[in-house]
Design a protein around this ligand. Structure first.
Ligand code: S3P
Length: 177
């Protein structure tokens, strides 16, 4: 089973993904890291030099470049699922988990961290998060096979909750992915 993790910036995708991969004893891939390694540049550099649309194409190319093993956890960048080609791959190849966080939780996690996140520039942090969440939340939910509410939970709790749900699905053969 390939597990993909989606959700807004700051919801904990990479940390939870890494923890989940430990619990499930399988590799972890961070799509943002794949993009940076392939480009030899950081994400803020890519946005500054080439703009968002080039970054979105790089995101799709990186996702296409991954040769999916039989078992893996993969964290996507917060905007990746908004690109139709990315959503198609996620739907075809993965079991998709949406880490759903409230605006307050996201603001709390992202305060002081907007510098490395080009999509959070240009407005007050909460306002920017609210606006982007309005654009994205339906797409996150529509693509999710499982939604995990993360407010008030730590990484270990979230990882364990997902691992338990997956092991339950597998033991009952509910999911054939
Ligand atoms: C983005 C999220 C970032 C990164 C890029 C764009 C977005 O990843 O892919 O800055 O559009 O939400 P994280 O969600 O891991 O911060």
């Amino acid at each position: 089973m390939i597990i993909s993790i989606i959700g807004f910036m700051g919801c904990g995708k990479s940390s939870v993904g890494r923890r989940l991969s430990e619990l499930l004893c399988c590799p972890f891939v961070d799509l943002d890291q794949v993009i940076e390694e392939r480009a030899g540049r950081t994400i803020p550099e890519i946005f500054a030099q080439d703009g968002e649309s080039v970054f979105r194409q790089m995101e799709l190319d990186a996702l296409k470049s991954i040769s999916f093993p039989s078992k893996m956890v993969m964290a996507l960048g917060g905007g990746a699922i908004m690109t139709p080609g990315c959503a198609e791959i996620v739907q075809a190849e993965t079991m998709c988990i949406y880490l759903r966080a409230s605006i307050d939780t996201l603001v709390g996690h992202l305060e002081g961290q907007a510098d490395g996140r080009p999509m959070l520039q240009g407005a007050e942090l909460r306002e920017r998060i609210v606006r982007l969440m309005e654009e994205r939340s339906d797409t996150y939910e529509a693509n999710a096979h499982m939604i995990i509410d993360v407010d008030g939970k730590d990484i270990d709790e979230i990882g364990a909750e997902i691992a338990d749900s997956i092991l339950y699905l597998q033991s009952n053969q509910i999911n054939e992915l």
